[in-house]
Ligand binder design. Structure first.
Ligand SMILES: Cc1cc2nc3c(=O)[nH]c(=O)nc-3n(C[C@H](O)[C@H](O)[C@H](O)COP(=O)(O)OP(=O)(O)OC[C@H]3O[C@@H](n4cnc5c(N)ncnc54)[C@H](O)[C@@H]3O)c2cc1C
Length: 409
């Protein structure tokens, strides 16, 4: 590790992570580049020390990374995009991308936990929440009392409008009944954005988002085990049985739930694309190391043309995916809506991460098939990223609709 990175490790992370976003926004000059590089070195150093060495054991045991959360909160990662007045680090899109990319390289289960906490939940509360809702939930999210995003149901995945969870308005608030599935942070978090059909005076008023405390009576989150990848994350099914919330727990407007969900997914998919770039980069880095050390036919396999083809293809995928994420960062910093760029980056980066991790297993030969090296975990984790926050097919359809103006869903 270089002197700069060692020096930064001596600092409190929250100090390293905080800077006025305007400084980052200027882009292009030496100072900004070095600040982002310092941030990257800091997150990487934390991951090298605390995350990478234990990732295999967590993956094998499907063990939730509870022991890492206080450290991640302390250094500012869990509150990376939450404004300082709410206890966060106040990073903008450029800084957030760096944090997520590094977490994605080290452990995608952990990256997923942070992406949902920040990309989907914190950003939604910032965009749609009242001052009271922001003050109630954001400081806790930054401390590691995590947030979850409860959209998917057993009968409503790619098409959330088929959801059947209901929130019935009574004289003293709302009563929510229903079921959700595959909800990240859904059983070990503090709050879940629950999407349900609002029913007022017997009339369906449309999908609405509620901020539901996970300790509310009637909320039961149960972890799902046996996942192919992302095995140390908390992926839960939710039973919602007469959960009571008030009007002040509605996020956004009654009937405005899909607006909340779609804006959240724009942020979530950006985060996912950045994490996928990190995963693909890790696949290449470990493959380069292995290929230069592994000798067959009297020399390192790195000197074999067909191995170089695998490595070169990984490099090309990573550069392309990274460029697409750059395009999203640029537009987010400019404050421009960028659903087309986000879906394009999510689709390409997640598919590229699967290709890169698969090639990495090939470079490692039989050793890639066991978990002595991280590449098989990378492949299993990458596979999940093409499924959630809209499958690859759904991303194609979003892109197609935006290009043609015609929905083919
Ligand atoms: C690890 C993990 C974490 C998750 N975390 C969350 C979370 O935090 N919150 C949350 O709400 N959800 C979460 N999900 C759920 C995820 O978003 C859904 O699994 C995803 O949206 C797909 O829904 P589905 O599984 O019901 O598949 P389906 O919608 O049943 O799709 C099955 C197949 O049909 C294809 N398909 C569907 N519709 C079309 C169409 N119109 N045209 C062409 N092909 C189509 C799909 O692409 C897919 O290949 C998570 C899932 C996983 C695996």
């Amino acid at each position: 590790m270089g002197a700069v990175a060692s020096g930064l490790r001596a600092l409190r992370w929250s100090e390293v992570l905080r800077w006025p976003s305007a400084t980052v926004r200027q882009g292009g000059d030496e100072v900004d580049a070095s600040e982002l590089a310092a941030l990257r070195d800091s997150v990487r150093a934390f991951c090298d020390e605390h995350v990478r060495p234990t990732a295999r054991e967590r993956d094998r045991a499907e063990a939730y990374p509870a022991e890492l959360l206080p450290g991640l909160a302390e250094v500012g990662v869990l509150g990376a995009v939450i404004p300082e007045e709410h206890g966060g680090a106040g990073l903008d899109a450029a800084g957030y991308r760096v944090v997520i990319e590094e977490l994605g390289a080290a452990d995608s289960s952990l990256r997923s936990l942070v992406s949902v906490n920040l990309g989907l939940v914190a950003r939604s509360i910032l965009r749609w929440g009242t001052e009271e809702q922001q003050a109630r939930w954001l400081p806790g999210l930054a401390r590691g009392e995590l947030g979850a995003f409860g959209l998917t149901e057993p009968g409503a995945g790619s098409n959330p409008s088929q959801m059947t969870s209901r929130a019935v308005r009574g004289p003293d608030g709302w009563t929510i009944d229903g079921a959700k599935i595959f909800i990240t942070n859904g059983s070990l978090g503090a709050v879940t954005m629950v999407f349900a059909r609002a029913v007022v005076d017997g009339q369906d008023r449309g999908i609405t988002c509620f901020l539901v405390p996970q300790d509310a009576p009637g909320y039961v989150g149960t972890q799902i085990h046996g996942k192919l990848g992302l095995r140390s994350g908390d992926t839960a099914e939710l039973a919602l049985d007469g959960v009571r919330v008030g009007d002040d727990d509605v996020l956004g407007e009654v009937g405005g739930g899909m607006k909340v969900a779609l804006s959240a997914l724009d942020d979530g998919r950006f985060s996912l694309a950045a994490g996928a770039v990190g995963l693909a980069r890790e696949a290449l880095e470990v493959s380069l190391r292995y290929a230069s050390e592994r000798e067959q036919w009297g020399g390192p396999i790195a000197g074999k043309q067909l191995v170089q083809e695998l490595l070169a293809a990984m490099h090309v995928d990573i550069q392309a995916a990274s460029g697409l994420v750059d395009a999203v960062v640029e537009r987010k910093l400019a404050g421009v809506r960028c659903t087309l760029e986000v879906s394009t980056a999510k689709l390409f980066a997640t598919e590229a991460s699967v290709r890169c991790a698969d090639r990495a297993v090939q470079v490692h030969g039989g050793y890639g098939y066991v978990d002595e090296y991280p590449v098989q975990r990378l492949l299993r984790d990458a596979r999940g990223t093409t499924l959630y926050e809209g499958t690859s097919q759904v991303q194609h359809l979003i892109i197609g609709r935006l290009l043609t103006g015609v929905s083919a869903f």
